[in-house]
Design a protein around this ligand. Structure first.
Ligand SMILES: Cc1cc2nc3c(=O)[nH]c(=O)nc-3n(C[C@H](O)[C@H](O)[C@H](O)COP(=O)(O)OP(=O)(O)OC[C@H]3O[C@@H](n4cnc5c(N)ncnc54)[C@H](O)[C@@H]3O)c2cc1C
Length: 499
Protein backbone atom coordinates (compact mmCIF):
# COMPACT_ATOMS: atom_id res chain seq x y z
CA UNK A 1 0.00 0.00 0.00
CA UNK A 2 1.40 3.36 -1.02
CA UNK A 3 -0.61 5.82 1.06
CA UNK A 4 0.53 8.97 -0.75
CA UNK A 5 -1.87 10.51 -3.25
CA UNK A 6 0.00 11.77 -6.29
CA UNK A 7 -1.16 14.48 -8.64
CA UNK A 8 -0.58 12.22 -11.64
CA UNK A 9 0.29 8.63 -12.37
CA UNK A 10 2.02 8.09 -15.73
CA UNK A 11 1.78 4.67 -17.35
CA UNK A 12 4.77 3.97 -19.61
CA UNK A 13 8.49 4.74 -19.47
CA UNK A 14 9.00 5.43 -23.17
CA UNK A 15 9.79 8.90 -24.51
CA UNK A 16 6.25 10.23 -24.13
CA UNK A 17 5.75 9.00 -20.56
CA UNK A 18 9.23 10.21 -19.57
CA UNK A 19 8.68 13.59 -21.24
CA UNK A 20 5.32 14.11 -19.53
CA UNK A 21 6.70 13.01 -16.14
CA UNK A 22 9.63 15.45 -16.42
CA UNK A 23 7.47 18.35 -17.52
CA UNK A 24 4.86 17.69 -14.81
CA UNK A 25 7.43 17.26 -12.03
CA UNK A 26 9.01 20.58 -13.03
CA UNK A 27 5.63 22.29 -12.73
CA UNK A 28 5.14 21.48 -9.10
CA UNK A 29 3.08 18.32 -9.62
CA UNK A 30 3.79 15.12 -7.72
CA UNK A 31 4.37 12.31 -10.22
CA UNK A 32 4.46 8.52 -10.06
CA UNK A 33 5.61 6.73 -13.25
CA UNK A 34 5.56 3.00 -13.87
CA UNK A 35 7.15 1.01 -16.68
CA UNK A 36 6.46 -2.71 -16.99
CA UNK A 37 9.87 -3.46 -18.56
CA UNK A 38 13.13 -1.51 -18.61
CA UNK A 39 12.81 2.20 -19.40
CA UNK A 40 12.79 2.73 -23.19
CA UNK A 41 12.52 -1.02 -23.75
CA UNK A 42 9.73 -0.75 -26.37
CA UNK A 43 9.31 1.62 -29.33
CA UNK A 44 11.51 4.36 -27.90
CA UNK A 45 14.72 2.37 -28.38
CA UNK A 46 13.77 0.96 -31.79
CA UNK A 47 13.42 4.14 -33.84
CA UNK A 48 15.51 5.32 -36.80
CA UNK A 49 17.13 7.65 -34.26
CA UNK A 50 16.33 10.84 -36.12
CA UNK A 51 15.23 14.19 -34.80
CA UNK A 52 13.66 15.32 -38.01
CA UNK A 53 10.74 17.07 -39.60
CA UNK A 54 10.15 14.06 -41.84
CA UNK A 55 10.69 15.18 -45.42
CA UNK A 56 8.47 12.41 -46.76
CA UNK A 57 5.48 13.50 -44.61
CA UNK A 58 5.17 16.57 -46.86
CA UNK A 59 4.03 14.23 -49.63
CA UNK A 60 1.14 13.16 -47.38
CA UNK A 61 0.21 16.77 -46.58
CA UNK A 62 1.34 16.53 -42.92
CA UNK A 63 2.33 20.20 -42.75
CA UNK A 64 1.39 20.71 -39.08
CA UNK A 65 3.52 17.79 -37.99
CA UNK A 66 6.50 18.78 -40.16
CA UNK A 67 6.31 22.39 -38.96
CA UNK A 68 6.18 21.43 -35.29
CA UNK A 69 8.88 18.76 -35.67
CA UNK A 70 11.25 21.12 -37.49
CA UNK A 71 10.82 23.73 -34.79
CA UNK A 72 11.48 21.12 -32.12
CA UNK A 73 14.64 20.02 -33.92
CA UNK A 74 16.30 23.33 -33.03
CA UNK A 75 14.97 23.32 -29.45
CA UNK A 76 16.21 19.79 -28.75
CA UNK A 77 19.54 20.44 -30.44
CA UNK A 78 20.00 23.31 -28.00
CA UNK A 79 18.90 21.39 -24.90
CA UNK A 80 20.52 18.01 -25.52
CA UNK A 81 23.52 18.58 -27.77
CA UNK A 82 25.29 15.64 -26.10
CA UNK A 83 22.67 13.21 -27.51
CA UNK A 84 21.57 15.01 -30.66
CA UNK A 85 23.85 15.80 -33.56
CA UNK A 86 23.32 17.53 -36.89
CA UNK A 87 23.53 15.16 -39.83
CA UNK A 88 23.55 15.93 -43.56
CA UNK A 89 21.29 13.73 -45.69
CA UNK A 90 21.93 13.01 -49.36
CA UNK A 91 18.98 12.15 -51.53
CA UNK A 92 20.16 10.54 -54.80
CA UNK A 93 18.00 11.66 -57.69
CA UNK A 94 16.25 9.01 -59.74
CA UNK A 95 13.95 10.84 -62.16
CA UNK A 96 11.61 7.87 -62.71
CA UNK A 97 10.82 7.76 -58.97
CA UNK A 98 10.19 11.46 -58.23
CA UNK A 99 10.71 14.38 -60.62
CA UNK A 100 13.34 16.95 -59.75
CA UNK A 101 10.80 19.79 -59.39
CA UNK A 102 8.91 17.81 -56.73
CA UNK A 103 12.03 17.22 -54.64
CA UNK A 104 13.11 20.86 -55.01
CA UNK A 105 9.67 22.02 -53.87
CA UNK A 106 9.74 19.64 -50.91
CA UNK A 107 13.20 20.83 -49.83
CA UNK A 108 12.20 24.47 -50.33
CA UNK A 109 9.34 23.93 -47.87
CA UNK A 110 11.50 21.83 -45.54
CA UNK A 111 14.07 24.63 -45.32
CA UNK A 112 11.40 27.16 -44.46
CA UNK A 113 8.65 25.42 -42.49
CA UNK A 114 10.58 25.37 -39.21
CA UNK A 115 12.98 27.75 -37.59
CA UNK A 116 16.46 26.83 -38.85
CA UNK A 117 19.13 28.63 -36.82
CA UNK A 118 22.18 26.42 -36.93
CA UNK A 119 21.55 23.90 -39.70
CA UNK A 120 22.64 24.66 -43.28
CA UNK A 121 20.03 24.87 -46.07
CA UNK A 122 19.48 22.21 -48.72
CA UNK A 123 21.39 22.20 -52.00
CA UNK A 124 21.89 20.23 -55.19
CA UNK A 125 24.92 17.91 -55.34
CA UNK A 126 26.80 16.07 -58.10
CA UNK A 127 28.48 12.72 -57.48
CA UNK A 128 31.95 11.94 -58.85
CA UNK A 129 33.97 8.73 -58.93
CA UNK A 130 34.59 8.96 -55.14
CA UNK A 131 30.89 8.61 -54.45
CA UNK A 132 29.90 5.37 -52.66
CA UNK A 133 26.90 5.21 -54.98
CA UNK A 134 26.81 3.25 -58.20
CA UNK A 135 28.28 5.13 -61.17
CA UNK A 136 24.89 5.50 -62.87
CA UNK A 137 23.71 7.81 -60.06
CA UNK A 138 25.17 11.20 -60.98
CA UNK A 139 23.28 13.80 -58.98
CA UNK A 140 21.09 14.39 -55.99
CA UNK A 141 20.16 16.79 -53.21
CA UNK A 142 21.44 17.41 -49.72
CA UNK A 143 19.59 18.69 -46.66
CA UNK A 144 20.01 18.88 -42.88
CA UNK A 145 18.40 16.89 -40.06
CA UNK A 146 19.63 15.45 -36.77
CA UNK A 147 20.36 12.09 -35.23
CA UNK A 148 19.71 11.11 -31.58
CA UNK A 149 20.43 8.37 -29.11
CA UNK A 150 16.74 7.57 -28.60
CA UNK A 151 17.00 5.36 -25.49
CA UNK A 152 19.30 7.83 -23.77
CA UNK A 153 16.92 10.69 -24.52
CA UNK A 154 14.34 8.76 -22.50
CA UNK A 155 16.82 8.30 -19.63
CA UNK A 156 17.70 12.02 -19.67
CA UNK A 157 14.02 12.91 -19.33
CA UNK A 158 13.66 10.47 -16.45
CA UNK A 159 16.70 11.99 -14.77
CA UNK A 160 15.08 15.41 -15.21
CA UNK A 161 11.87 14.05 -13.68
CA UNK A 162 13.73 12.48 -10.77
CA UNK A 163 15.71 15.66 -10.06
CA UNK A 164 12.32 17.35 -9.65
CA UNK A 165 10.95 14.77 -7.26
CA UNK A 166 9.14 12.23 -9.48
CA UNK A 167 8.85 8.68 -8.20
CA UNK A 168 9.96 6.34 -11.02
CA UNK A 169 9.42 2.58 -11.08
CA UNK A 170 10.61 0.20 -13.77
CA UNK A 171 9.67 -3.49 -13.97
CA UNK A 172 6.33 -2.37 -12.55
CA UNK A 173 3.14 -3.01 -14.48
CA UNK A 174 -0.12 -1.28 -13.84
CA UNK A 175 -2.60 -4.18 -13.83
CA UNK A 176 -5.71 -2.27 -12.82
CA UNK A 177 -6.87 1.36 -12.82
CA UNK A 178 -10.14 2.19 -11.08
CA UNK A 179 -11.95 5.37 -10.13
CA UNK A 180 -12.65 5.48 -6.39
CA UNK A 181 -14.07 8.62 -4.74
CA UNK A 182 -12.82 10.92 -7.48
CA UNK A 183 -9.31 9.47 -7.55
CA UNK A 184 -7.55 6.98 -9.79
CA UNK A 185 -6.57 3.98 -7.74
CA UNK A 186 -4.04 1.79 -9.57
CA UNK A 187 -2.71 -1.63 -8.70
CA UNK A 188 0.94 -2.01 -9.63
CA UNK A 189 2.64 -5.36 -9.93
CA UNK A 190 6.42 -5.79 -9.83
CA UNK A 191 7.42 -7.92 -12.82
CA UNK A 192 10.09 -9.98 -11.03
CA UNK A 193 8.58 -10.62 -7.61
CA UNK A 194 4.89 -10.40 -8.46
CA UNK A 195 4.52 -8.12 -5.40
CA UNK A 196 1.63 -5.68 -5.68
CA UNK A 197 1.03 -2.23 -4.30
CA UNK A 198 -1.64 0.39 -4.71
CA UNK A 199 -1.06 3.97 -5.82
CA UNK A 200 -3.64 6.77 -6.07
CA UNK A 201 -3.65 9.97 -8.07
CA UNK A 202 -5.90 12.83 -9.13
CA UNK A 203 -5.16 12.21 -12.83
CA UNK A 204 -3.97 9.27 -14.90
CA UNK A 205 -1.78 9.60 -18.00
CA UNK A 206 -1.81 6.66 -20.36
CA UNK A 207 1.46 6.85 -22.33
CA UNK A 208 1.57 3.10 -22.94
CA UNK A 209 2.58 3.45 -26.63
CA UNK A 210 1.48 0.33 -28.54
CA UNK A 211 -0.52 -0.75 -25.46
CA UNK A 212 -2.51 2.51 -25.26
CA UNK A 213 -5.84 1.11 -26.44
CA UNK A 214 -5.38 -2.19 -24.55
CA UNK A 215 -4.77 -0.22 -21.36
CA UNK A 216 -8.02 1.72 -21.72
CA UNK A 217 -10.00 -1.45 -22.36
CA UNK A 218 -8.33 -3.92 -20.01
CA UNK A 219 -6.86 -1.96 -17.11
CA UNK A 220 -9.23 1.04 -17.04
CA UNK A 221 -12.26 -1.01 -18.22
CA UNK A 222 -13.38 1.76 -20.57
CA UNK A 223 -13.77 2.41 -24.30
CA UNK A 224 -10.90 3.66 -26.42
CA UNK A 225 -11.97 6.77 -28.37
CA UNK A 226 -9.57 5.89 -31.18
CA UNK A 227 -8.45 2.73 -32.84
CA UNK A 228 -4.70 2.24 -32.92
CA UNK A 229 -2.82 0.80 -35.91
CA UNK A 230 0.28 -1.14 -34.98
CA UNK A 231 2.88 -0.78 -37.73
CA UNK A 232 6.10 -2.70 -37.30
CA UNK A 233 9.36 -1.11 -38.46
CA UNK A 234 12.72 -2.87 -38.58
CA UNK A 235 16.37 -1.94 -39.02
CA UNK A 236 19.57 -3.78 -39.82
CA UNK A 237 23.11 -2.78 -38.88
CA UNK A 238 25.96 -3.74 -41.22
CA UNK A 239 29.68 -2.90 -41.45
CA UNK A 240 30.01 0.67 -42.62
CA UNK A 241 29.09 1.11 -46.29
CA UNK A 242 31.19 4.24 -46.93
CA UNK A 243 33.61 6.61 -45.18
CA UNK A 244 31.78 9.93 -45.48
CA UNK A 245 29.94 11.34 -42.48
CA UNK A 246 26.57 12.00 -44.11
CA UNK A 247 23.48 9.81 -44.28
CA UNK A 248 21.48 8.77 -47.34
CA UNK A 249 17.76 8.79 -47.93
CA UNK A 250 17.04 6.25 -50.67
CA UNK A 251 13.87 6.28 -52.72
CA UNK A 252 12.45 2.89 -53.55
CA UNK A 253 10.17 1.85 -56.40
CA UNK A 254 7.28 1.28 -53.92
CA UNK A 255 7.41 5.06 -53.14
CA UNK A 256 8.84 4.44 -49.68
CA UNK A 257 12.18 5.78 -48.53
CA UNK A 258 14.91 3.93 -46.63
CA UNK A 259 17.60 5.66 -44.53
CA UNK A 260 21.25 4.62 -44.46
CA UNK A 261 22.86 6.31 -41.47
CA UNK A 262 26.48 6.21 -40.26
CA UNK A 263 26.30 4.44 -36.90
CA UNK A 264 28.83 4.32 -34.06
CA UNK A 265 31.84 4.92 -36.34
CA UNK A 266 32.03 1.33 -37.63
CA UNK A 267 28.55 0.62 -38.96
CA UNK A 268 25.71 1.70 -41.21
CA UNK A 269 22.15 1.60 -39.89
CA UNK A 270 19.63 0.72 -42.62
CA UNK A 271 15.89 1.16 -42.12
CA UNK A 272 13.06 1.12 -41.91
CA UNK A 273 10.06 -0.94 -43.00
CA UNK A 274 6.29 -0.45 -42.55
CA UNK A 275 4.48 -3.71 -41.88
CA UNK A 276 0.96 -4.00 -40.48
CA UNK A 277 1.17 -5.86 -37.15
CA UNK A 278 -1.84 -7.68 -35.75
CA UNK A 279 -0.33 -9.55 -32.78
CA UNK A 280 -0.17 -8.43 -29.16
CA UNK A 281 2.29 -5.59 -28.56
CA UNK A 282 5.59 -6.76 -27.08
CA UNK A 283 9.07 -7.63 -28.26
CA UNK A 284 8.96 -7.98 -32.05
CA UNK A 285 11.55 -9.22 -34.53
CA UNK A 286 12.45 -8.55 -38.15
CA UNK A 287 11.12 -11.01 -40.74
CA UNK A 288 13.15 -12.57 -43.56
CA UNK A 289 11.12 -10.51 -46.05
CA UNK A 290 11.98 -7.22 -44.26
CA UNK A 291 15.67 -8.16 -44.18
CA UNK A 292 15.61 -8.95 -47.88
CA UNK A 293 13.81 -5.69 -48.64
CA UNK A 294 16.30 -3.50 -46.73
CA UNK A 295 19.32 -5.26 -48.28
CA UNK A 296 17.81 -4.95 -51.75
CA UNK A 297 17.26 -1.19 -51.44
CA UNK A 298 20.80 -0.66 -50.15
CA UNK A 299 22.37 -2.90 -52.81
CA UNK A 300 20.41 -1.10 -55.51
CA UNK A 301 22.25 2.15 -54.69
CA UNK A 302 25.67 1.37 -53.24
CA UNK A 303 28.81 0.00 -54.84
CA UNK A 304 29.45 -1.93 -51.62
CA UNK A 305 27.06 -4.86 -51.60
CA UNK A 306 25.82 -6.39 -48.34
CA UNK A 307 24.27 -9.79 -47.66
CA UNK A 308 22.37 -11.25 -44.69
CA UNK A 309 25.68 -12.68 -43.40
CA UNK A 310 27.03 -9.15 -42.96
CA UNK A 311 24.29 -8.13 -40.55
CA UNK A 312 25.68 -7.56 -37.05
CA UNK A 313 22.46 -6.44 -35.36
CA UNK A 314 18.78 -6.14 -36.20
CA UNK A 315 15.97 -4.58 -34.24
CA UNK A 316 12.28 -3.90 -34.64
CA UNK A 317 9.68 -1.74 -32.99
CA UNK A 318 5.98 -1.08 -33.25
CA UNK A 319 4.67 2.35 -34.16
CA UNK A 320 1.50 3.05 -32.21
CA UNK A 321 -0.30 5.10 -34.86
CA UNK A 322 -3.69 6.71 -34.68
CA UNK A 323 -5.86 4.90 -37.23
CA UNK A 324 -6.75 7.31 -40.06
CA UNK A 325 -8.07 4.44 -42.19
CA UNK A 326 -5.26 4.74 -44.72
CA UNK A 327 -4.73 1.65 -46.92
CA UNK A 328 -1.01 2.20 -46.99
CA UNK A 329 0.87 1.66 -43.66
CA UNK A 330 3.56 4.15 -44.76
CA UNK A 331 0.93 6.85 -45.28
CA UNK A 332 -0.80 6.64 -41.87
CA UNK A 333 -0.31 9.89 -39.99
CA UNK A 334 2.67 10.08 -37.63
CA UNK A 335 1.06 12.98 -35.81
CA UNK A 336 -0.22 12.57 -32.26
CA UNK A 337 -3.67 12.90 -30.75
CA UNK A 338 -4.30 13.38 -27.04
CA UNK A 339 -7.65 12.48 -25.57
CA UNK A 340 -8.99 13.54 -22.19
CA UNK A 341 -11.73 11.37 -20.70
CA UNK A 342 -13.42 13.16 -17.81
CA UNK A 343 -16.60 11.11 -17.83
CA UNK A 344 -15.94 9.25 -14.58
CA UNK A 345 -14.61 12.19 -12.54
CA UNK A 346 -10.82 12.11 -12.34
CA UNK A 347 -9.29 12.66 -15.79
CA UNK A 348 -7.66 10.00 -17.96
CA UNK A 349 -5.36 11.46 -20.59
CA UNK A 350 -4.28 9.06 -23.35
CA UNK A 351 -1.51 9.52 -25.91
CA UNK A 352 -2.13 8.15 -29.42
CA UNK A 353 0.76 8.22 -31.90
CA UNK A 354 3.64 10.70 -31.85
CA UNK A 355 7.31 10.93 -32.79
CA UNK A 356 10.41 11.02 -30.63
CA UNK A 357 11.05 14.44 -32.21
CA UNK A 358 7.82 15.94 -30.91
CA UNK A 359 7.77 14.41 -27.40
CA UNK A 360 8.49 17.72 -25.62
CA UNK A 361 5.67 19.56 -27.38
CA UNK A 362 3.40 16.57 -26.79
CA UNK A 363 4.18 16.79 -23.06
CA UNK A 364 3.42 20.52 -23.03
CA UNK A 365 0.10 19.89 -24.76
CA UNK A 366 -0.74 17.11 -22.30
CA UNK A 367 -0.10 19.40 -19.33
CA UNK A 368 -2.13 22.20 -20.88
CA UNK A 369 -5.06 19.76 -21.00
CA UNK A 370 -4.56 18.83 -17.33
CA UNK A 371 -4.09 22.40 -16.12
CA UNK A 372 -7.75 22.93 -15.07
CA UNK A 373 -7.35 20.17 -12.47
CA UNK A 374 -4.25 21.58 -10.81
CA UNK A 375 -4.37 25.16 -9.62
CA UNK A 376 -0.82 24.84 -8.26
CA UNK A 377 0.59 23.84 -11.68
CA UNK A 378 3.33 26.28 -12.73
CA UNK A 379 4.22 27.34 -16.27
CA UNK A 380 5.98 25.37 -18.96
CA UNK A 381 9.75 25.32 -18.59
CA UNK A 382 11.24 22.62 -20.82
CA UNK A 383 11.85 24.75 -23.91
CA UNK A 384 14.71 26.67 -22.38
CA UNK A 385 16.15 24.19 -19.86
CA UNK A 386 18.93 21.81 -20.92
CA UNK A 387 18.32 18.14 -20.25
CA UNK A 388 20.62 16.58 -17.63
CA UNK A 389 24.14 16.49 -19.06
CA UNK A 390 23.29 18.97 -21.82
CA UNK A 391 24.41 22.04 -19.88
CA UNK A 392 27.54 23.20 -21.71
CA UNK A 393 27.86 26.91 -20.82
CA UNK A 394 31.00 27.25 -22.95
CA UNK A 395 29.99 24.73 -25.60
CA UNK A 396 30.41 21.00 -25.99
CA UNK A 397 33.79 21.28 -27.75
CA UNK A 398 35.20 23.30 -24.85
CA UNK A 399 33.88 20.78 -22.32
CA UNK A 400 35.51 17.94 -24.23
CA UNK A 401 38.80 19.74 -24.46
CA UNK A 402 38.82 20.38 -20.70
CA UNK A 403 38.00 16.73 -20.08
CA UNK A 404 40.96 15.69 -22.25
CA UNK A 405 43.25 17.99 -20.21
CA UNK A 406 41.91 16.69 -16.89
CA UNK A 407 42.09 12.99 -17.86
CA UNK A 408 45.06 12.65 -20.25
CA UNK A 409 45.34 8.91 -19.52
CA UNK A 410 41.85 8.20 -20.91
CA UNK A 411 41.67 7.54 -24.66
CA UNK A 412 40.21 10.29 -26.81
CA UNK A 413 37.64 7.87 -28.23
CA UNK A 414 36.49 7.00 -24.70
CA UNK A 415 36.11 10.63 -23.66
CA UNK A 416 34.19 11.28 -26.85
CA UNK A 417 31.82 8.43 -26.02
CA UNK A 418 31.35 9.74 -22.46
CA UNK A 419 30.53 13.25 -23.67
CA UNK A 420 28.14 11.99 -26.35
CA UNK A 421 26.34 9.71 -23.89
CA UNK A 422 26.41 11.52 -20.56
CA UNK A 423 27.40 15.08 -21.41
CA UNK A 424 28.53 16.97 -18.33
CA UNK A 425 27.23 14.18 -16.08
CA UNK A 426 30.28 12.04 -16.93
CA UNK A 427 32.12 14.11 -14.32
CA UNK A 428 29.98 12.31 -11.73
CA UNK A 429 31.85 9.06 -12.27
CA UNK A 430 35.18 10.63 -13.12
CA UNK A 431 35.25 12.70 -9.95
CA UNK A 432 37.64 10.51 -7.96
CA UNK A 433 39.66 9.27 -10.91
CA UNK A 434 43.33 10.27 -10.90
CA UNK A 435 44.84 7.40 -12.89
CA UNK A 436 43.55 4.66 -15.18
CA UNK A 437 43.65 2.20 -12.22
CA UNK A 438 40.98 4.28 -10.48
CA UNK A 439 38.50 3.36 -13.25
CA UNK A 440 38.21 -0.12 -11.69
CA UNK A 441 37.60 -3.44 -13.41
CA UNK A 442 37.85 -3.38 -17.21
CA UNK A 443 35.17 -5.44 -18.97
CA UNK A 444 36.48 -4.88 -22.51
CA UNK A 445 35.91 -2.20 -25.14
CA UNK A 446 36.73 0.55 -22.68
CA UNK A 447 33.89 -0.28 -20.33
CA UNK A 448 35.19 0.26 -16.79
CA UNK A 449 33.58 -0.32 -13.40
CA UNK A 450 33.43 3.46 -12.76
CA UNK A 451 30.90 3.83 -15.59
CA UNK A 452 29.02 0.64 -14.66
CA UNK A 453 28.68 1.77 -11.04
CA UNK A 454 27.33 5.13 -12.19
CA UNK A 455 24.77 3.39 -14.42
CA UNK A 456 23.61 1.17 -11.57
CA UNK A 457 23.42 4.04 -9.09
CA UNK A 458 21.84 6.72 -11.28
CA UNK A 459 20.39 5.14 -14.42
CA UNK A 460 18.36 2.17 -13.22
CA UNK A 461 20.60 -0.54 -14.74
CA UNK A 462 19.79 -4.03 -13.44
CA UNK A 463 21.20 -6.35 -16.06
CA UNK A 464 23.46 -6.58 -19.10
CA UNK A 465 20.70 -5.84 -21.60
CA UNK A 466 19.84 -2.57 -19.87
CA UNK A 467 23.49 -1.56 -20.01
CA UNK A 468 24.67 -2.97 -23.35
CA UNK A 469 21.61 -2.27 -25.50
CA UNK A 470 19.80 0.74 -24.05
CA UNK A 471 22.07 2.89 -21.80
CA UNK A 472 24.84 2.19 -24.34
CA UNK A 473 25.25 0.18 -27.53
CA UNK A 474 28.35 -1.61 -26.28
CA UNK A 475 26.50 -4.86 -26.99
CA UNK A 476 27.66 -4.44 -30.58
CA UNK A 477 31.24 -4.90 -29.46
CA UNK A 478 31.29 -7.17 -26.41
CA UNK A 479 31.78 -10.94 -26.76
CA UNK A 480 29.98 -13.62 -24.71
CA UNK A 481 32.77 -13.96 -22.13
CA UNK A 482 32.95 -10.21 -21.52
CA UNK A 483 29.16 -10.02 -21.27
CA UNK A 484 29.13 -12.80 -18.70
CA UNK A 485 31.80 -11.11 -16.58
CA UNK A 486 29.70 -7.96 -16.66
CA UNK A 487 26.59 -9.86 -15.59
CA UNK A 488 28.46 -11.38 -12.63
CA UNK A 489 29.61 -7.91 -11.60
CA UNK A 490 26.12 -6.44 -11.98
CA UNK A 491 24.60 -9.20 -9.87
CA UNK A 492 27.09 -8.39 -7.10
CA UNK A 493 26.33 -4.69 -7.39
CA UNK A 494 22.58 -5.37 -7.20
CA UNK A 495 23.06 -7.18 -3.89
CA UNK A 496 24.74 -4.06 -2.49
CA UNK A 497 21.87 -1.76 -3.57
CA UNK A 498 19.31 -0.84 -0.89
CA UNK A 499 16.10 -2.75 -1.67
C1 LIG B 1 10.77 1.65 -36.79
C2 LIG B 1 10.49 2.97 -36.17
C3 LIG B 1 11.25 4.08 -36.52
C4 LIG B 1 10.99 5.31 -35.94
N1 LIG B 1 11.82 6.35 -36.23
C5 LIG B 1 11.63 7.55 -35.64
C6 LIG B 1 12.56 8.60 -35.85
O1 LIG B 1 13.58 8.42 -36.51
N2 LIG B 1 12.30 9.78 -35.28
C7 LIG B 1 11.20 10.00 -34.50
O2 LIG B 1 11.01 11.13 -34.06
N3 LIG B 1 10.31 9.00 -34.23
C8 LIG B 1 10.52 7.78 -34.78
N4 LIG B 1 9.67 6.74 -34.51
C9 LIG B 1 8.52 6.97 -33.63
C10 LIG B 1 8.90 6.89 -32.16
O3 LIG B 1 9.85 5.89 -31.94
C11 LIG B 1 7.65 6.62 -31.32
O4 LIG B 1 6.65 7.53 -31.64
C12 LIG B 1 7.94 6.77 -29.83
O5 LIG B 1 9.07 6.02 -29.45
C13 LIG B 1 6.73 6.33 -29.02
O6 LIG B 1 7.03 6.49 -27.67
P1 LIG B 1 5.99 6.09 -26.55
O7 LIG B 1 6.55 6.55 -25.26
O8 LIG B 1 4.64 6.57 -26.93
O9 LIG B 1 5.91 4.49 -26.64
P2 LIG B 1 6.92 3.38 -26.08
O10 LIG B 1 8.33 3.75 -26.25
O11 LIG B 1 6.50 2.10 -26.67
O12 LIG B 1 6.63 3.39 -24.53
C14 LIG B 1 5.44 2.90 -23.97
C15 LIG B 1 5.81 2.11 -22.72
O13 LIG B 1 4.66 1.80 -21.96
C16 LIG B 1 4.94 0.59 -21.28
N5 LIG B 1 3.67 0.02 -20.81
C17 LIG B 1 2.64 -0.40 -21.57
N6 LIG B 1 1.62 -0.85 -20.79
C18 LIG B 1 2.03 -0.70 -19.50
C19 LIG B 1 1.42 -0.99 -18.23
N7 LIG B 1 0.19 -1.53 -18.13
N8 LIG B 1 2.12 -0.72 -17.11
C20 LIG B 1 3.38 -0.19 -17.18
N9 LIG B 1 3.99 0.10 -18.36
C21 LIG B 1 3.33 -0.15 -19.51
C22 LIG B 1 5.65 -0.25 -22.33
O14 LIG B 1 6.41 -1.29 -21.77
C23 LIG B 1 6.49 0.80 -23.05
O15 LIG B 1 7.85 0.82 -22.63
C24 LIG B 1 9.92 5.47 -35.03
C25 LIG B 1 9.16 4.35 -34.66
C26 LIG B 1 9.47 3.11 -35.20
C27 LIG B 1 8.71 1.92 -34.76
Amino acid sequence: MNSAIYDIIVIGGGINGAGIAADAAGRNLSVYLCEQDDFAAATSSASSKLIHGGLRYLEHGQFRLVHEALKEREVLLGNASHLIKPLRFTLPHRPHLRPSWMIRLGLFLYDRLGKRETLAPSRRVLFDEHSPLKASIRQGFEYADCTVDDARLVICNLLAAKERGASLHKQTRCIQAKQVHGLWRCIMQETDSGRRHEVSAKALVNAAGPWVADFIKQQAQSHSPYAIRLIKGSHIVVPRLYDQEHAFILQNADKRVVFVIPYLDHFSLIGTTDVEYTGKPGRVTISAAETKYLLAVSNDYFKQQRTAEDIVWRFSGIRPLCDDESDNPAAITRDYTLTLDESAGAPLLSVFGGKITTYRRLAETALAKLRPYFSHMTNSWTRSTPLPGGDFPQGKAHFRQRLGEDFPYLADSLLRRYVDAYGTRCRLFLEDVNAIQDMGQHFGHQLYAAEVDYLVKYEWVNNVDDLLWRRSKLGLFMNAKQTQALQVYLTEQQKKQPS
